[in-house]
Design a protein around this ligand. Structure first.
Ligand code: HEC
Length: 472
């Protein structure tokens, strides 16, 4: 069996991050005339805002756990926080309220600057906060259950299309999953890794990668503006896990991974424990994945893992993933002519086709995860309440493809509200990420083609949840 499944104990897991919330100490120490020191003033900030990425095994290029490790980076830390490059956070502070807002408060920036400017004093280790006990093996959550995916050889070069893969889920009984983390083996080449839980279908073969052939020009741009994943008919290519042999046949794909859960660069994990919610996974479901690797010059073998925490008692609320494009989820309908996106060469401020989402039920919106590619520059979500009142609920004035962030919130949306979402794009040479300003840019899977997906996730009350009752 290629999929190794390990069920660890169901020990109650206390969310570590909540235990380390502490008020900024900066102002106090400066007022008291004390010297700004690493242990007393700086380390609490690093713990709260930086160490989730800056510790061994995570995406940050250096560890900021100890004085010894942080000391050589003093100047770089000052620059990074003053320019707001770090920590990565792009929501306009004038709109919305986000419970995972990791941006630094002005007093915290002042503390880091004062520390750097006054000789990076170490101070007394006795002043240090209790070290955070980070989960082992690189996880952010401490999974109760995890799945090891089969090793995947990513070539040094070439274009990989979106591939689909199905495996049995590790849950043999009905289960409420309360958090999910995808831990990529080789983060540098994983562009996305998304999956849905799905009822097993007789046509679903396990452990076979499946993708559509997409004819591309010499720049890798899809020739017929037909997107691989959405192509209804075409050449389907299949390859068994562990084999290099590919079979081709005309027709349709037999499986299609959704994006109920996703790994994207900068997006660490989904966690519904703080909001007492979960995802119901019926016994014997499949995990159907969509994988997208982006070769970056060196051949590597990726070994991605998926970890889950599970609830012993059903949580009060059910998480409903982002809306399907054709309104597959009953509570919302999304209209979005995104395939009409066509950005002229050198156009510096192109407004993409807007998405219109209608809410058919009272909902609690718990996250936004706007997704676009290299030419995207901004995104804005505007909500119109049934009484006509308008509110900007998320504004990202500086969209950065390299940071696919989730903005977590708690926004009560009454039935009958509408959301309008706009992405803007810069196809000029001023956009430093633009691979080629001289080209028309259309909708497509690859990062040099464009997207503009207004992903959202929400909660419904389990007690009044008709869809859930009908499904059981
Ligand atoms: C979400 C993960 C994440 C968080 C949180 C984060 N960083 Fe980073 N940091 C990175 C990554 C990845 C890089 C390298 C890529 C880049 O520079 O964008 C980086 C780069 C840096 C650099 C530049 C290193 C160099 O080569 O010059 C500094 C300095 C830095 N971070 C400091 C911080 C500080 C201070 C905090 C907290 C206030 C912080 N980071 C929070 C992920 C993170």
């Amino acid at each position: 069996m290629l999929i190794r499944i390990s069920v660890l104990g169901l020990a109650t897991f206390v969310l570590l991050l909540s235990a380390i919330e502490r008020p900024a100490t900066a102002g106090a120490s400066q007022e008291s005339g004390g010297v700004v020191t690493f242990y007393k003033d700086v380390l609490p900030i690093l713990q709260k805002n930086c160490q989730s990425c800056h510790r061994p095994g995570q995406i940050g290029p250096m560890s900021l756990l100890s004085y010894k490790e942080a000391r050589p980076w003093t100047k770089a830390i000052k620059t990074a926080v003053v320019t707001k490059k770090m920590p990565p956070w792009f929501a306009d502070p004038r709109y919305g309220h986000f419970n995972n807002d990791r941006s630094l408060k002005p007093a915290e920036i002042e503390t880091l600057v004062a520390w750097a400017d006054s000789g990076a004093v170490e101070g007394n280790p006795k002043d240090a906060p209790v070290p955070i006990r980070w989960p082992a093996d690189g996880w952010q959550i401490q999974p109760d259950v995890f799945v090891d995916l089969p090793p995947y050889s990513v070539p040094a070069r070439g274009v990989k299309e979106w591939e689909q893969l199905a495996i049995p889920s590790p849950f043999l009984e009905d289960t409420w999953v309360t958090s999910v983390e995808v831990l990529p083996g080789q983060p540098a080449v994983v562009h996305h890794f998304c999956f849905n839980f799905e009822k097993h279908k007789p046509t679903t073969d396990y452990n076979v990668y499946e993708w559509m052939e997409v004819p591309r020009d010499e720049d890798g741009v899809s020739k017929d503006r037909v997107r691989g994943v959405d192509t209804k008919e075409g050449i389907v290519i299949r390859r068994e896990v562990g084999s290099t042999e590919e079979t081709r046949r005309p027709g349709q794909q037999t499986i299609r991974g959704g994006n109920q859960f996703c790994y994207l660069p900068g997006l660490p994990y989904e966690d519904y424990r703080p909001v007492n919610a979960g995802v119901f996974v019926p016994a014997g479901s499949d995990i159907v994945m969509s994988l997208h690797y982006t070769p970056n010059g060196a051949a590597v073998i990726d070994r991605t893992r998926i970890g889950f925490t599970v609830a012993k008692v059903p949580p009060a609320k059910r998480f409903v993933p982002q809306d399907g494009e054709e309104g597959e989820n009953a509570p919302v309908v999304r209209r979005h002519a995104i395939r009409e996106l066509a950005i002229p060469p050198y156009e510096s401020n192109y407004l993409g086709p807007a998405a219109e989402i209608t809410f058919l039920k009272d909902l609690e919106l718990v996250w936004f995860r706007p997704h676009a590619h290299m030419r995207a520059t901004s995104v804005q979500y505007k909500l119109t309440y049934p009484d006509g009142r308008e509110e900007i609920v998320l504004n990202v004035p500086r969209y950065d493809f390299n940071w696919q962030l989730t903005y977590r919130t708690s926004l009560k949306i009454p039935k009958g509200s509408r959301m309008h979402v706009e992405f803007r794009y810069d196809n000029s040479a001023n956009n430093k990420y633009n691979p080629n300003p001289g080209k028309w840019v259309y909708y497509g899977d690859q990062s040099w083609e464009e997207m503009g997906t207004p992903n959202i996730g929400f909660l419904v009350d389990r007690g009044t949840d008709e869809d859930f009752k009908n499904r059981r």
